[in-house]
Design a protein around this ligand. Structure first.
Ligand code: PXL
Length: 277
């Protein structure tokens, strides 16, 4: 059985990060170890007065303990990291645990819709870029891709702009980059992939549902990293993850007013299992 370790926060309510990654990756038949970086009462996207317990100093302690047992991981998957210190500890973790065949997968979760998430300023993307430099695959949204590459964020764009962003992203150091949430027209949305080794681009789109739900980036990233870890090609993995994310959004539409609670991915897990058979 393959084994992933995911390094990100636990948001106790409002499905995202670990509470999305762990069930999705487990359902795909992959062991999922967690390295929680902080515990929040809720995520930071729309809840007032959330608590934040910083677990940064536990990261090296957990890592030291794991080293004693020679633990190894097929994939290291990082998501939301709450501070520069957490990024630095995550870089140390990668140095310690990246073996020959280890895939380093970075979701630079820090911004959306042209804005940094609550709690971050514009000095943060340069630090996240240092983490992206150590990755094999990165999966930013358009805002994150713009901030990581010092490119002015624009709400609308054409294909040439996205390809340029993808080239700049791989210039940070990761060989492969995917930009999520790409819509060139109102009716479709998808993810755009670039492999700098083969200079190949691939865009996979599906139906665009014009509602915003929290945690869709984490839903996509978890299904994508799971499929890649299982050995699907990147194109296949992209299709699996895009289709799964759209299904999760559709399942949540009847409860759209609670968009900040996250998507109802649980109802779509049987379908995800079918997709990877
Ligand atoms: O889904 C990304 C995410 C993860 N963790 C926390 C967040 C967010 C986005 O807002 O606030 C704590």
């Amino acid at each position: 059985m393959k084994r992933i370790v995911t390094i990100q926060d636990i948001s106790c309510f409002g499905k995202c990060s670990v509470t999305v990654a762990l069930p999705i990756i487990s359902a795909m038949g992959i062991e999922c170890a967690i390295l929680p970086t902080s515990i929040l009462s809720t995520h930071t996207g729309g809840f007032e007065g959330f608590t934040f317990r910083d677990l940064s100093d536990d990261i090296p302690k957990i890592s030291e303990h794991w080293k004693k047992y020679d633990l190894s991981f097929d994939t290291i998957y990082t998501g939301y990291l709450g501070s520069v210190k957490q990024i630095d500890y995550t870089l140390d973790f990668i140095d310690s645990f990246k073996g020959d065949g280890t895939l380093v997968f970075v979701d630079p979760a820090m911004a959306d819709k042209g804005k940094m998430y609550t709690g971050f300023d514009m000095s943060f993307p340069a630090h996240m870029a240092r983490l992206c430099a150590k990755a094999d695959i990165i999966v930013p949204n358009v805002t994150e891709a713009s901030f990581l590459t010092n490119t002015p964020y624009t709400e609308s764009y054409d294909e040439a702009h996205i390809r340029e962003l993808l080239k700049k992203l791989t210039g940070l150091g990761a060989k492969k980059a995917v930009i999520t949430g790409i819509a060139f027209e109102k009716s479709t949305q998808g993810a755009y992939f670039y492999d700098s080794d083969t200079e190949e681009y691939y865009y996979y789109k599906a139906e665009n549902i014009d509602r915003n739900f929290h945690g869709t980036g984490d839903t996509f990233a978890s299904a994508f990293v799971g499929a890649v870890t299982k050995g699907f090609t990147l194109k296949q993995a992209l299709e699996i993850a895009v289709n799964f994310t759209v299904e999760c959004i559709k399942a949540t539409l009847p409860d759209a007013e609670n968009h900040k609670y996250g998507v109802k991915f649980e109802e779509c897990i049987p379908s995800l299992i079918e997709k990877i058979k």
